[in-house]
Design a binder for this molecule. Structure first.
Ligand code: COD
Ligand code: ZN
Ligand code: ZN
Length: 376
């Protein structure tokens, strides 16, 4: 392409610090170096951890930064030594890379990678730099992705090539929220047909858990939230019943035990609340129940756990990015979406032009949207 090897000037939403609206700025995006890929972003979802940075909840983030980690686009150019990806390819940037060589990548049971910045958020791609500048100031990258910009540069281990006909304004959700929830069911819990599941928290990720439980053939999917406004959407996604803990004055695990002959087969915590994690574990059936933690609790919060719950046959697990090995599995998830194995339209409540990004955040904060997809 004519722009290959050159600096690209384009628009990006820059976050200058917590609790400030994003501003659309003219930025410069440097060409990709060795093992890097420059991508024209076409669509991006606004996901929960973008909002956590904006509200100041993630205090280790470095500013200024370009947020966004749930995007899809088209490769503009590639740096040297990049194989398997070429200009014109449709791609999804990956929040967890897959180098294919480290101890985690070589373990078929793990979807982590030594090269991940997930959990350390150092604001850089591999070379410890980013390719963005604005008004002469270097701008940090977010979890190796940064999708709130017309062009971004990512490491080649942090991008998956997807089907040429993939609808980018839908499959962008596969970059984080959908895959996180859905994979926690099919990979981490390995829900079996006919089982009983409880899903705590009905945001975009929790609804994706419900979609996964339905695909896995669960016969009961109990959706739990303290906000009953979330129930209609949960039923649409496949929940078989919805309950609000606020409607009861007994410990919630007792309510669930009564409803399910002593507990559920699978419980999912999709909020990030340690008390709910404890309640989810207690709601699972002795001898066979599995609980999966999907929500990320504030780092100061600790879970307290009666070891007897585990000793008597319950399993407790955690799941990031749904256990998917990112580079291997994202293309398959995109094909599954195109083959209508699941319907991402259920999660997309709003579509806005990129310039209205702050409106998208407002909708998410107020709980009025599940997902807003921005098109660039
Ligand atoms: N009991 C029941 N429901 C509750 C409770 C409670 N005590 N507290 C809150 N809820 C409900 C809320 O009403 C809401 O409906 C739901 O829980 C949470 O919804 P959202 O919209 O906040 O959540 P999601 O689905 O967009 O995101 C959930 C996560 C678990 C991913 C998120 O909150 C999280 O933990 N993010 C951590 C950051 C991270 O790294 N995530 C991965 C990349 S985004
Ligand atoms: Zn996310
Ligand atoms: Zn690796």
């Amino acid at each position: 392409m004519a722009t290959a090897g050159k600096i690209i000037k384009c628009k990006a939403a820059v976050c200058w610090g917590p609790n400030k609206p994003l501003t659309i700025e003219d930025i410069e995006v440097a060409p990709p170096k060795e093992h890097e890929v420059r991508i024209k972003i076409v669509a991006t979802g606004i996901c929960r951890s973008d909002e956590h940075v904006l509200s100041g909840a993630l205090d280790y983030i470095k500013f200024p930064i370009i947020l966004g980690h749930e995007g899809a686009g088209i490769v503009e150019s590639v740096g040297s030594s990049v194989t398997g990806i070429k200009p014109g390819d449709k791609v999804i940037p990956l929040i967890i890379p897959q180098c294919g060589k480290c101890r985690c990548c070589l373990n078929p049971e793990s979807n982590f990678c030594y090269k991940t910045s997930f959990g350390k958020f150092d604001g850089a791609i591999t070379e410890n730099t980013s390719r963005f500048t604005c008004k002469g100031i270097g701008i940090h990258n977010f979890i190796g992705t940064s999708t709130f910009t017309e062009y971004t540069v990512v490491d080649d281990i942090s991008v998956a090539k997807i089907h040429d006909d993939a609808p980018l304004d839908k499959v962008c959700l596969i970059g984080c929220g959908f895959s996180t929830g859905y994979g926690s069911v099919v990979n981490t819990a390995k829900v079996k047909p006919g089982s009983t599941c409880a899903v705590f928290g009905l945001g975009g990720v929790g609804l994706s858990v419900i979609i996964g439980c339905k695909v896995a053939g669960a016969s009961r999917i109990i959706a739990v939230d303290i906000n009953s406004d979330k129930f209609a959407k949960a039923m649409e996604c496949g929940a078989t019943e919805c309950i609000n803990p606020k409607d009861y004055d007994r410990p919630f695990e007792k309510i669930l035990a009564d409803m399910t002959h002593d507990g559920v087969d699978y419980a999912f915590e999709v909020i990030g609340n340690t008390e709910v994690m404890e309640s989810a574990l207690s709601s699972s059936h002795f001898g066979c129940g599995t609980t999966v933690i999907v929500g990320v609790a504030p780092s100061s919060d600790k879970m307290s756990l009666d070891p007897l719950l585990l000793l008597t046959g319950r399993t407790l697990k955690g799941s990031s990015f749904g256990g998917w090995k990112s580079k291997d599995h994202v293309p398959q998830l995109v094909s599954d979406c195109m083959n209508k194995k699941f319907n991402l339209d259920l999660l997309i409540t709003h579509k806005l032009p990129f310039q209205k990004i702050n409106e998208g955040f407002r909708l998410l904060c107020k709980g009025e949207s599940i997902r807003t997809v921005l098109t660039l």
